[in-house]
Design a protein around this ligand. Structure first.
Ligand code: CO
Length: 497
């Protein structure tokens, strides 16, 4: 094995304009709130500014009444020096289901046109077939494609399996790789071994993204830096630490006397912090002490922090507050039956909801439509085998067999049809409008017509109470779940075993 010899200063990417407020303030930071500090962030010399993607596009349309492309234009204008980075859910773009290739391609072309530079692309199942179209489209637009290894713990997720995935991403042509620890589960020693191994096997740069939910991320970042990682993601207090990324100043302090400590002019940090403190207060309806603290409790359940805090609300609404432990203990069982899928949007929602249904109605008595789709391979290939009995059940229930190839191959092109729909509504049929309309039709229409969202500014407690909508199918009921500030409509059906 090659010994890593990386003595260059480590690069910090800044996440405050995306994951920072997504993790700590339900993605509610408005473009206006970002403006005063964007030039300062640009001047500091971060490797990248994460400014878009993840839940921000949904939040802009649904809660803030903003056109997400306008936000990107504005931020790009105010921060022209630093590369802009976005989080993209592969074939799901920034939604929960798969989209046809032509929509994915158009979305990436539009994002590139509006100034996006680095596309961080993940698939919830780590199925690289769901990344190929996006990587190709990013390169076609002359931009940087960063492939993602979603980190999780399970009997089928070994150091070797992650390294193999890293090699696959490099062979696919990814320009760099992000080790994405969405739940803050990675320990310093695992980080050290995995980074050393990946750095010895790969020739492209490696980035670590984690969350300080359990309080391990700063130590794991340090271990990664010792092991030769190229870059880590940091945020800015108060949109840092807790369920967010480690704070930039904190990481600088951690690296005192290290040859890899980057040089930052910290004099402007005070101005940035003062502004962010003010914004944090303005967003107090969406912040919570639960997100601010570090709590190793999460390690027991091995679930993302955002999922845990929102789950408490959902269980309350279902009258199941006293059954949190039971539901949490059901999660590993559901994961195992579903082939040990990682817990990241959208699979975290699917597994969490199914665990709740199993506890409430008995195991697999009610199966949500998305869970059945996972069983049938519609989200991609699961890392481990699907439970045989469950598969038989779902086949019987749906009359369908699992799909063999790539899920998106079954989807016909949609761009022309989307544009027709826009024209029928007297809305401009641009590519930008079409891709947003594909993912969030109602919300996009409202924003394009200049209507203000009714939920904007509603206190978190009200906005996040899950509601039960009317039954829509025989023996079926809809659940409105709200996770990470994003509403999630789940249809569940009674299944007889
Ligand atoms: Co994250």
């Amino acid at each position: 094995m090659k010994t890593p010899n990386n003595s260059k200063p480590v690069i910090f990417n800044n996440t405050v304009l995306r994951d920072g407020h997504q993790s700590l303030a339900a993605t509610r930071m408005t473009t206006e709130q970002m403006l005063p500090i964007t030039p300062d962030l640009d001047a500091l010399g971060f490797g990248a500014l994460e400014t878009w993607g993840g839940a921000t596009i949904d939040s802009c349309l649904r809660y803030l009444g903003e056109n997400p492309f306008d936000r990107l234009d504005t931020l790009k204008k105010l921060a022209p020096k630093t590369p802009h980075m976005m989080l993209l859910r592969g074939q799901n773009i920034v939604q929960y289901t798969s989209f046809p290739d032509d929509v994915v391609e158009a979305f990436i072309a539009c994002s590139a046109k509006h100034g996006m530079d680095i596309f961080r692309i993940f698939d919830a199942l780590n199925d690289t077939r769901n990344l190929t179209t996006a990587v190709r489209a990013v390169h076609k637009n002359g931009k940087h494609a960063q492939g993602v290894i979603c980190y999780t713990t399970s009997p089928v997720h070994t150091l070797e399996s992650f390294v193999k995935l890293g090699q696959e991403l490099q062979e696919m042509g990814c320009d760099s790789i992000c080790l994405k620890d969405m739940a803050g589960l990675i320990s310093p020693s695992m980080t050290h071994d995995l980074v050393r191994e990946l750095k010895s096997k790969l020739s492209i740069p490696l980035v670590l993204h984690s969350h300080n939910t359990a309080g391990m991320a700063t130590a794991s970042y340090y271990a990664a830096i010792e092991a030769g990682i190229d870059a880590v993601d940091t945020s800015m207090v108060p949109f840092a630490n807790g369920t967010g990324q480690p704070d930039t100043l904190l990481m600088l302090a951690m690296l005192e006397r290290s040859p890899r400590k980057p040089g930052y002019d910290t004099s402007s940090f005070k101005k940035i912090r003062t502004h962010l403190e003010k914004v944090y207060l303005e967003l107090k309806a969406f912040t919570s002490p639960n997100n601010e603290k570090t709590d190793a409790d999460i390690l027991e359940y091995q679930v993302p922090g955002g999922m845990l805090s929102n789950f408490r609300n959902q269980l309350k609404e279902q009258g199941m507050s006293d059954r949190l432990d039971e539901v949490m203990r059901e999660i590993p069982y559901v994961r195992e039956c579903l082939g040990w899928i990682p817990l990241v949007t959208p699979t975290s929602q699917i597994v969490g909801t199914q665990a709740m249904l199993n506890v409430k109605f008995g195991r697999w008595k009610m199966i949500s439509q998305p869970a059945m789709d996972v069983v049938l391979g519609k989200y991609g290939r699961a890392p481990g085998p699907i439970d045989a009995d469950l598969l038989k059940d779902v086949e019987k229930r749906t009359g369908q067999k699992p799909i063999e190839g790539r899920a998106a191959d079954l989807l016909p092109p949609r761009m022309e049809k989307l544009k027709e729909e826009l024209r029928a509504k007297n809305l401009p049929d641009t590519d930008e409008n079409a891709v947003l309309f594909a993912m969030f039709p109602t919300e996009t229409e409202k924003v394009l017509k200049g209507e203000k969202p009714v939920v904007n500014g509603a206190p978190k407690a009200v906005a996040e109470v899950p509601q039960r909508a009317p039954v829509t199918r025989q023996n079926g009921s809809r659940y409105m779940l709200n996770i990470d500030g994003v509403r999630h409509d789940v249809l569940v059906e009674e299944v007889t075993r």
